[in-house]
Design a protein around this ligand. Structure first.
Ligand code: N01
Length: 534
């Protein structure tokens, strides 16, 4: 659809974002419910985070099995993932195949950023304005803007002096840059950084890793897609999907129920060693023992084990010490095969940029702790303004002129991660206070829930409101749940600590997906308790 046709459009539903959640929201509202729907994306194609993140080594670290929609049972059963953890081109190919099969792209305006939207009290419609100034009206808005999509890259002084290139991992160029034989620095050692570091170490001239905080990293266990899982899904796709949604974190395994402190030292080592051998970052934290993210004592048993591995693998004890974190294993767990081995290579240098900060760019590279490091390319793997960033980028005005920025000034507020009081008919896919889980199947579940609400509203005046008391109860439950975990006291994007000036707060429902499904089913069966649908 071209821009001319866009201006003045009247819609039933506007979908913002065409990643995993947005594509399914478009399918469900347009193809199944027969509503008049248009989706918008500032990217040039579908895929959301998988469109933008094309950096070297990018792949899922959730098993591909649960990185799949289930609404198209035929594709769920028969999609042949080549690897246990699909690489970015394969995930993007899959999302394009879904969009093409269901003819979704004809209802998407690409390269179109929604800059603002405002609720019109008089006729119960949202007015959306694009960055180019086109105006669209819609009865309902579904925001599927992504929890890890608002890219964050700090500016180091004197950028204009640097003669080399600065690349942001989450805005990687479509044409692959040639990095062979180059002197490359990677800033950041989160999930993105460790994937880039392991992918590039053997390919570039020299790799400088600029690490501010060391992180606990376990092997991922890259390999072919497991045959037995494929057979299980083929035999009973619905059963597999329902089972995955009944688990806590929806990673395709059952979380452990045994405390790390309730077994002998010998048994603990056996369990950790087996998990290390098998690979899978989330399983190392969640499938081994039940209380690693919950108590300092249990956490220490895991970090002692990983520390032992770092000391075994990394030959230079000074480098091993630099790679050993001093905080809990309670950030988003990291996994990459061969991560620590990288630091035995002659062409890799680890810098501690907490002790020796990055001061500024120079013509030839970066000034780090008073020493100039000569570079051809600097890669920023510095993360995202997670969870709230993309919502707050849209200037959103709700009932009575209330701004979303004002409503969320002390941190986000939402009901069930899907709606916000004073912002009628504005529904979120995986908004703040959603369950702490893997994504695609949970996005689908939420889209089904919120589109069922739209169907109910369509039987009446077409209004969905969220009650303040229900929202604040939900926020309180989430905050209490988070307060009981080590995630809350360990700085990371999970609690907002990674962005200077962002309120540090809980943003998650920590009760697990199985309980979330039960809770939300109860809410729906109780006439959508907490919502006012009329
Ligand atoms: O971001 P991060 P990410 N100077 O925030 C450092 C998902 N994801 O993009 O720790 C120097 O984890 C910062 O240092 P510190 C996944 O959910 C998934 O890596 O704040 N360094 C940190 O090392 C993941 O958790 C996959 O001290 C600076 C790094 O930058 C989430 O996205 C792949 C700095 C940021 O780490 C975010 O991961 C990739 C500064 N001024 C991402 N500012 C999969 O595998 C920040 N840093 C599916």
């Amino acid at each position: 659809m071209n821009d001319k046709a866009l201006n003045g459009l009247e819609l039933d539903v506007a979908v913002i974002g065409t990643g995993v959640g947005g594509l399914y929201a478009l399918y469900r509202t347009r193809n199944e419910m027969g509503l008049n729907v248009q989706a918008f994306d500032d990217a040039g194609g579908v895929g959301g985070t998988w469109y933008w993140n094309r950096y070297p080594g990018c792949r899922v670290d959730t098993e591909s099995t649960v990185y799949t929609y289930s609404f198209d049972l035929d594709m769920f059963q028969n999609w042949e993932w080549s690897e246990r953890y699909a690489r970015q081109p394969e995930v993007l190919g899959y999302l394009n195949a879904v969009a093409d099969k269901h003819d979704l792209k004809r209802s998407i305006n690409f390269n179109t950023r929604i800059a603002s939207m405002a609720w019109d009290e008089d006729d119960g419609r949202w007015t959306l304005t694009t960055a180019k100034g086109d105006v669209v009206r819609a009865k309902y808005v579904i925001e599927a803007v992504g929890l890890l999509s608002s890219s964050y890259a700090p500016e180091f002084p004197d950028r204009d002096k640097f003669k080399g290139d600065v690349l942001v991992a989450s805005r990687w160029p479509e044409e692959e840059p040639d990095l062979s034989d180059k002197r490359v620095a990677v800033v950041g050692t989160g999930s993105t950084g460790i994937q880039i570091i392991t992918a590039l170490a053997g390919k570039v001239g020299h790799l400088h890793v600029l690490q501010r905080t060391a992180q606990w990293v376990v092997p991922l266990g890259v390999g072919p897609f497991p045959k037995e899982t494929r057979e299980k899904i083929k035999a009973d796709p619905r059963g597999f999907r329902d089972w995955a949604l009944s688990t806590g974190a929806v990673f395709g395994f059952e979380e452990a129920t045994t405390s790390a402190l309730d077994v002998s030292e010998e048994e603990r080592q056996r369990v950790y060693e087996a998990a290390w051998e098998k690979g899978n970052g989330f399983a190392f934290m969640l499938e081994t023992f039940s209380d690693i993210p919950a108590t300092a004592e249990a956490n220490k048993t895991a970090t002692d084990f990983i520390k032992g591995k770092i000391d075994q693998i990394v030959k230079d004890p000074k480098v091993a010490a630099m790679l050993t974190p001093s905080d809990y294993y309670a950030r988003r767990p990291l996994a990459a095969d061969g991560y620590y081995d990288v630091y035995n290579r002659d062409n890799v240098t680890l810098h501690d940029v907490k002790a020796q900060p990055i001061e500024r760019f120079t013509e030839k590279g970066l000034m780090i702790g008073g020493t100039e490091v000569e570079l051809d390319v600097v890669i920023m793997a510095t993360g995202f303004d997670a969870m709230t960033g993309n919502y707050l980028k849209i200037d959103t005005t709700g009932r009575g002129g209330k701004k979303l920025r004002q409503a969320w000034s002390d941190g986000p507020h939402s009901y069930a991660g899907m709606s916000i009081a004073d912002f009628p008919n504005l529904l979120m896919v995986f908004g703040p206070f959603s369950p702490f889980t893997s994504q695609p199947l949970v996005h689908e579940w939420q889209v089904d829930f919120l589109t069922d609400m739209i169907a109910r509203a369509e039987e009446g005046d077409g209004i969905i409101e969220t009650r303040h008391e229900a929202q604040e109860d939900w926020v309180r439950i989430c905050q209490e749940g988070m307060a009981g975990t080590l995630f809350q006291v360990t700085d990371s994007w999970i609690n907002g600590a990674n962005i200077p000036g962002k309120p540090r707060t809980s943003m998650w429902y920590m009760g697990g997906m199985g309980n979330y499904v039960k809770e939300m089913t109860g809410i729906r069966d109780d006439n959508y308790r907490g919502f006012d649908i009329r």
